[in-house]
Each structure stands twice: as structure tokens, then as C-alpha cells.
Design a binder for this molecule. Sequence first.
Ligand code: SAM
Length: 212
Amino acid sequence: MRLRHIKGAEETIAESPYVVQEPKANKGRWHEFFGNRNPIEIEIGMGKGKFIMELAERNPDINYIGIERYSSVLLRGLQKRAKLDLKNIWFLRLDALELAEVFDKDEVSRIYLNFSDPWPKDRHAKRRLTSDRFLAVYDQFLCPDGRIEFKTDNQDLFRYSLESIPEAGWRIDAQTSDLHNSGLAEGNVMTEYETRFVEEGKPICKLIASRG
Ligand code: SAM
């Protein structure tokens, strides 16, 4: 998702009470930051943040961090956030490649990747959030029993991920190419993109991966 640049987005984000401005300073101290020992779950590429804000409302005993690299997109999420009364969610404007500088070993319990950009050209494969390059980043801060939950409508990206994830030494614990008609549908929270694709009748793929 890349919205047209919104004038003043950077300034608004820099002043937002919902954004952690210096996230690298919290490395190894996120539980202190939240003021509890509750698990920390992150969504990378949260877009406008519907999914992660709904999770935060449903699960007050889990801490959530939404990550988005584009200011104009994050800004939309912040507008939504301002209408909610939540203590367990924060946002970072950041590229996922920098995440090992933000989170310490075992600091994160779960990583959500929802409708990540497919980068269809082979020469851009390294930009896919399920490529070995990003898996090596996640490996540095995900708990030993932590997991990645990945949803996509894109069959090619799904097929690619079913190969790239085991090749990087991770295990696929569950998968479906029709989430909404599968056992994995229970408790599913829809993202913005997912809502649109489901309305169009497109099947949604999902996999859950761990280090086994
Ligand atoms: N997750 C949302 C949903 O399902 O509705 C948004 C999906 S949108 C197609 C993908 C989002 O991931 C975009 O907003 C994009 O800016 C963000 N993104 C892609 N690569 C990223 C990266 N390396 N770091 C942080 N965000 C990224």
C-alpha cells in the first residue's frame, strides 16, 4: 500500500503520542516500556492498522506493536487509533530490515505478516517479507516458541513462501489455501486488504511457521 504522499505526515507522526519515536533505544527493554511481562506481538506492514488494533481490543493481556514504513499509510492508522481507548498498542514508522536493531533476542512472541507486497519480479525476491533475508532478521528476536503468521491472496507469493521458509530452516506448522473455509478460520481477524479480497470472492492463503 503506498498512498499519495500526505503533506505534513512526517511532522504529525513525529508528534504523535501513539508512535515510539526512538524505538532502538528500547531494545531489550520493551517489557519495561509496556510496564508488564505480557507477550509482545508485532505486525510488519500493518497498513492502516485495522487488524492489529482489533487484536489489541480483543486481547488486553498482549502487547502489540504495529510497524509500517510509509508515513502516509501510518498516518491513516493513527487517525483510527486516536478514537480508541487502548493501553497495549504502539506504532513504529520503520523498515522491517531494521527490526533487529529494535528488538533483542527472544523479545517478540509472534510476527504477523498480512498481505505483504508480492514483489513478483525474481530480481526483487529479496524484498519479500518471507525471503531468507527477512527470516534471518526475525530469527534474531523471535522467542524460541514464537511463530510467524502469514496471510496473502497472492498464490505465487504463497508458493514461494512455502519453499523459502523451510529452506531457511523454519518449519511450516499449518497452512491452507482457503483460510475462510478451513479450520484456521476460527478467531480470524480480517485486515483491510483481506476484507476487500473476500468481498471479491478471492480465496485467502495462510501459513503458520516456527523454528520447530
Ligand atoms: N497489512 C495490511 C492489510 O493487510 O490490509 C496492509 C497490506 S499492504 C499490501 C502492505 C504494507 O506493508 C504496505 O503498507 C507497505 O508499506 C508495508 N511494507 C512493505 N514492506 C515493508 C517493510 N520492509 N517494512 C515495513 N513495512 C513494509
